[in-house]
Design a protein around this ligand. Structure first.
Ligand code: PLP
Length: 377
């Protein structure tokens, strides 16, 4: 059972709303054919939200599969009691394949050596290994180049009794940006599928769409969609509607002082007060994933109002400037990410402060920040 909120201990924490996760799964399910499966992508500790509680919530709301990046992540979910179908999306090293096969976790294969190693792992375990062929249709990363999926490959995947070919998939490089390129990747993938179909070898699960593609290009939904960002209520593309952000990040004013004009703040003295004001110290820093790049750029919410982070973000603390007339007090809650009254700071906004993406903001919140959960059903 995931911990209740607030978690106690240090006054800086993350709250995850599991009802938002369930609502986001339902939002995707409403766009899918009933027979289309939904894989909840819970790699990187559930995009920083906590893989186990998110996985439980997603499965309860209608997801069927879990997707993770690496074997450790899959085994941790199995140890937590999650027995649903699961796929390792990345390339596994041979030393770890046996553990994955033993745990009943499907593996991605992208070259013949990898396939041979999976077969050896299955032999060692004494039960077949389930594999998904990853096809590179233009991401230029892990995957067999689409033109190279030939009869030999198909034979290798179908004629070895130690291996069961369960899925074939690709991944879009720009489904939130370039529809033309997405269409090109889709066409290439259809071409591969046609070759496999002609050999009467089509595996049961054809999957290609991530969050953005599942919503914007419904034709790409296939037998299963792999939903990451949207599961957490983050916008897979600007203007995406109907998703509820699940994560909020809070801290507290722990110290307050009044200073005169021209008072310098923080390492390197990068900020000087333009007038007398109050400086609030907040116990969060770059060791928590509150990025140093946000120095003199970020804002936080206190009592429903926005205040600037001034001076450099240090390892464990930030400083916020408060006008003398504002009634901010020690003990006030500080919203680093989330809503407070009329104001909201989103992961997308925090990403824009340093020209990154919301994925990096939420996965970057470090393990030092305790997580707690609302909406347990
Ligand atoms: C192979 C694969 N599929 C699906 C996803 C989920 O993508 P998104 O978070 O954009 O929905 C990812 C995430 O990076 C991925 O690597």
């Amino acid at each position: 059972m995931a911990g209740a909120c607030p978690p106690g201990g240090r006054p800086t924490w993350v709250e995850v709303d599991l009802e938002a996760i369930r609502s986001n799964v339902r939002r995707f399910r409403a766009q899918l054919a009933p027979e289309t499966a939904l894989m909840a992508i819970v790699k990187a500790d559930g995009y920083g939200h906590g893989a186990t509680p998110v996985a439980q919530a997603a499965l309860a709301a209608g997801a069927q599969w879990l997707g993770v990046a690496m074997v450790e992540e899959g085994l941790r979910l199995r140890q937590a009691g999650l027995s649903s179908p699961m796929l390792i999306l990345g390339q596994s090293v041979k030393e770890q394949m046996t553990a994955a096969v033993r745990a009943g976790i499907d593996l991605t294969v992208a070259d013949r050596e990898g396939l041979a190693e999976v077969a050896r792992a299955a032999e060692e375990v004494g039960s077949p290994a389930f594999v998904h062929l990853k096809v590179d249709t233009g991401m230029g990363r892990l995957g067999v180049w689409w033109e190279a999926v030939d009869e030999d490959w198909i034979a290798a995947l179908t004629r070895d009794s130690r291996v069961r070919w369960r899925g074939i998939f690709t991944h879009f490089a720009d489904s939130d940006g370039d529809p033309e390129y997405t269409r090109l990747q889709y066409q290439r993938f259809l071409d591969v599928l046609e070759r496999v179909r002609r050999a009467r070898a089509l595996p049961p699960l054809v999957h290609l769409a991530n969050s953005a593609a599942a919503l914007q290009f419904p034709g790409t939904q296939g037998d299963m969609v792999r939903v990451g960002l949207g599961l957490y209520g983050l916008k897979p593309y600007p203007g995406a509607e109907g998703l509820r952000p699940a994560l909020a990040w809070y801290s507290q004013v722990v110290y307050l002082k009044t200073v005169p004009a021209q008072f310098s703040v923080g390492y390197g003295r990068t900020y000087r007060t333009p007038a007398a004001l109050k400086l609030a110290t907040i116990p969060v820093g770059y060791a928590d994933g509150y990025r140093r790049g946000w120095s003199n750029r970020a804002q936080v919410l206190i009592r429903g109002r926005r205040y600037p982070v001034v001076g450099r973000v240090s390892m464990d603390q930030i400083v916020v400037a408060i006008p003398l007339s504002d009634p901010v007090a020690v003990g006030d809650r500080v919203t680093l990410l989330g809503r407070d009254g009329p104001e909201e700071i989103t992961a997308e906004e925090m990403a824009a402060w340093i020209d990154t993406i919301s994925y990096e903001v939420v996965t970057g919140i470090s393990g030092r920040v305790p997580r707690c959960y609302r909406g347990n059903s």
